[in-house]
Design a protein around this ligand. Structure first.
Ligand SMILES: Cc1cc2nc3c(=O)[nH]c(=O)nc-3n(C[C@H](O)[C@H](O)[C@H](O)COP(=O)(O)OP(=O)(O)OC[C@H]3O[C@@H](n4cnc5c(N)ncnc54)[C@H](O)[C@@H]3O)c2cc1C
Length: 324
């Protein structure tokens, strides 16, 4: 009898999802994270550490309650401050699952939380099999591992491009997290100093439905600006780049796609002068339609391309821009 009760309670699901945002906008990656959580089951509680996004978080489909924490210490999602807060909330409320997007903040908060709770976190999940079993890429996306956690509480970061963003719903209730619940530990020696944001009118690379990416084949920054930029503008696309292009200063390093850059899976990915190195493919090969433009018919990018154009990008791109 005890055994049966135990096994039933073990499979009760109660998920906490940390929602990130900027201004009053929820980050699209957090919407995808909620979708991943709904695949475990409901209820889902959203945690916001930026009160400005609480109302929007309450409108995310599947969220039954929002916990709102606020305070200067949580601004900029400083992992040293947010992790102990999440630890306390998870412990006091007996949540079974905690999800966070695989954003920079998520990558920083999740391992700290794992250490605080003595739990092995699961990073970058791309599929939910059941409440304990998940799929995640390994070896830069060249293999998929199915992992089953034995921990009582699941801590996971979610690869946003693998889940569709959650829709909107009628607003759920919002509750304040009592200040005494928050991190009272004053031993933290990390403080936020400043950040430099690249502002752009373009769609955000991580969530854009179209991406035009340039590689070393463009040869210089002038060509990158003269060819990739107008093509992206015509398509209302985000701009991406290879590490070689970033290293050669063709564009800002926030645009790097790949193993050590952003992971994207847009509807359309146009790779211009990109060879298709394995580290680049790791960041874009799940795109729905891949168009590759390269003068070398043997280039590896053609192995993943749906449409391959063999030729000189200096001739092809202006023609494409004109036709579009
Ligand atoms: C640990 C590690 C992590 C890495 N992480 C990343 C990462 O996150 N992202 C990433 O992108 N790379 C990463 N790299 C680097 C990666 O290995 C490649 O060096 C890089 O992706 C190559 O970039 P590229 O395709 O722009 O350049 P190249 O490999 O030099 O390819 C340029 C291509 O342009 C074509 N070309 C040249 N001229 C023209 C023309 N006129 N018209 C048409 N085509 C032309 C050429 O045929 C060639 O195929 C990483 C490497 C390591 C070791």
């Amino acid at each position: 009898m005890f055994k049966r009760l135990f096994s039933t309670s073990r499979y009760l699901r109660d998920s906490l999802v940390l929602i990130e945002g900027s201004g009053t906008q929820i980050n699209p990656a957090s919407l995808s994270t909620v979708t991943a959580a709904t695949q475990i089951g409901e209820p889902i509680t959203a945690l916001v550490v930026d009160p400005k996004i609480a109302e929007e978080a309450a409108k995310i489909s599947g969220v039954s309650k929002v916990l709102k924490a606020g305070g200067p210490q949580y601004e900029h999602y400083l992992a040293e401050e947010v992790s102990p807060l999440v630890q306390q909330i998870l412990t006091k409320n007996k949540f079974t699952h905690f999800f966070i997007s695989g954003s920079s903040a998520g990558k920083s908060i999740l391992p700290r939380l794992g250490a605080l709770l003595d739990v092995q976190p699961l990073s970058d999940i791309t599929k939910v099999i059941d409440g304990k079993t998940f799929v995640r890429p390994i070896y830069a996306g060249n293999a998929l591992a199915t992992v089953r956690s034995k921990d009582e509480i699941i801590l996971a970061s979610v690869r946003a491009s693998a889940f569709t963003p959650a829709e909107k719903q009628e607003a759920a209730v919002i509750e304040d997290v009592a200040v005494e619940d928050s991190n009272a530990d004053t031993s933290n020696r990390t403080e936020f100093v400043s950040e430099e944001l690249v502002s752009s009118e373009r769609p955000e690379l991580g969530s854009a439905t179209r991406v035009v990416a340039g590689g070393r084949g463009l040869k210089n920054k002038e060509a990158f600006d003269a060819l990739v930029e107008p093509l992206a503008t015509k398509l209302n696309a985000a701009i991406g780049a290879t590490r070689a292009a970033v290293d050669a200063k063709f564009c800002d390093n926030s645009l790097q796609v790949g193993q050590t850059g952003k992971i994207v899976a847009p509807e359309l990915y146009i790779a211009v002068g990109i060879s298709g190195a394995i580290q680049h493919l790791a960041g874009m090969k799940d795109s729905k339609v891949i168009v590759a433009i390269n003068k070398d018919p043997e280039a590896a990018i053609f192995n993943v391309a749906d449409i391959g154009i063999v030729g000189d990008l200096n001739e092809i791109i202006p023609q494409l821009i004109e036709k579009i």
